[in-house]
Ligand binder design. Structure first.
Ligand code: PLP
Length: 382
């Protein structure tokens, strides 16, 4: 039998040859949208901290005072002794914002998805999800043991067809979509999907990781999950739903029951972020405005969120463009398979309230001058 290191070294070599190797780099993100990497100061267009809250003084102060009051760590799972009083305050706020009866906070969005889905459906049930949903939704689906089918991205006719063909073979059925798609930045039509869910007697779950604050909060879905780790600038996941659904999740989602509660500072920060958004709803509008300035100059279609993809195709091309932009002082995300489907490697630009318009324009001019995206409407097939 070969040594484990030998097996893995070969896999690493092959990933590297195919431009699919991932590495983790030091990123000193201590000054707004500026990142220091390898001694170089870059303007980041790849953080999910859309509203600049992660480094907001009020938010940081709230984290510090929560730590002084309740300690650095929670000490146990929420079901044992980890449920410090800040949880209740944040859950109440989130339920109010989402217009649901109740809410439950998880350790992260990832932990929420891998906990909620198996709690709701299992063997003999059907899950049908948009084919572009996040990797952790797939993990939740696998853990659930339910039968899994996907529908073409945002293609509701396809969703109806898949349901027409399959719905009656299963007892319960859960439809899952993102509100704003994480790698494409486009929006799902939740109203229309919710109608289809009713028509075929399905439950609907939405993942609002990138939609929070960005788009109007909808309450059409039975289960609305999201994260505190992106727009809210903190960490953690949540699910909002009716009291009975939440009661059941609390007593059955393993990633909640068997994982330590979040540190008080993290919840304190998220509460402060929500307060700031409530007081200044305008900060939530600006990332989208900046995305639109960028897309307009580059000649891309009008963005629906603060995420703008520039689909390039091949992995090597994307890495080349990434390096070129880094040379110009910009840090962007080079997204490659399997995060996105094959042949759709892309640059992913995210916009923050903290970006200066002049920097957005300069980046856009450079992108427009150098790179042409795949033409609009080009179909990517599996
Ligand atoms: C980031 C993300 C998650 C995971 O949330 P974390 O809090 O970062 O674990 C889940 N779903 C989507 C769509 C995401 O983009």
């Amino acid at each position: 039998m070969p040594e484990l290191e030998q097996v893995l070294q070969e896999k690493l070599n092959s990933l590297k040859e195919n431009n699919l190797l991932r590495t983790i780099n030091n990123s000193d993100r201590s000054q707004g949208v500026y990142i220091e990497r390898n001694g170089k100061k870059l303007i980041s267009f790849c953080c999910n901290d859309y509203f600049g809250l992660a480094q907001n003084e009020y938010v940081i102060e709230a984290a510090i005072s929560a730590a002084w009051q309740y300690g650095a760590g929670a000490g146990a799972s929420r079901l044992i002794t980890g449920n410090h009083p800040l949880y209740g305050i944040l859950e109440k706020k989130l339920a109010t914002i989402k217009n649901t009866e109740d809410c439950c906070i998880f350790g992260s969005g990832y932990l929420a998805n891998i906990g909620i889905i198996p709690a709701l459906v299992g063997k003999g049930d059907l899950i049908i999800a948009d084919r572009l949903v996040h990797s952790c939704v797939y993990s939740g689906v696998k853990l659930s043991g339910a039968e899994y089918k996907r529908y073409a991205h945002n293609d509701l006719e396809n969703l109806s067809n898949v349901l027409q063909k399959n719905r009656n073979k299963y007892s319960n059925c859960l439809i899952i979509t993102e509100t704003i798609f994480s790698m494409d930045g486009d929006k799902a039509d939740i109203n229309a999907i919710s109608k289809i869910a009713k028509e075929f007697d399905c439950w609907l779950m939405t993942d609002d990781a990138h939609g929070f604050g960005m788009i109007e909060s909808e309450s059409k879905a039975d289960i609305q999950m999201g994260t505190l780790s992106k727009g809210l600038g903190s960490y953690g996941g949540y699910v909002c739903a009716s009291k009975i659904i939440i009661d059941y999740i609390k007593t059955s989602a393993k990633s909640l029951m068997y994982s330590t509660a979040l540190p008080p500072s993290v919840i304190g920060a998220a509460i402060a972020s929500l307060e700031l958004i409530e007081e200044n709803p305008d900060i939530c509008k600006q990332p989208l405005e900046k995305a639109r300035i960028f897309a307009d100059i580059v000649g891309l279609k009008k963005p629906e969120s603060a995420i703008v993809p520039l689909i390039i195709g091949g992995e090597d091309e994307v890495l080349k463009v990434f390096a070129q932009l880094e040379g110009e002082g910009f840090l962007v995300a080079a997204i490659r398979p399997p995060t996105v489907p094959k042949d759709t490697a892309r640059l992913r630009f995210t916009f923050s309230v903290l970006h200066k318009d002049e920097d957005v324009r300069r980046l856009a001019e450079i992108v427009r001058g150098n790179f042409s995206p795949l033409s609009e409407g080009e179909e990517i097939t599996d």
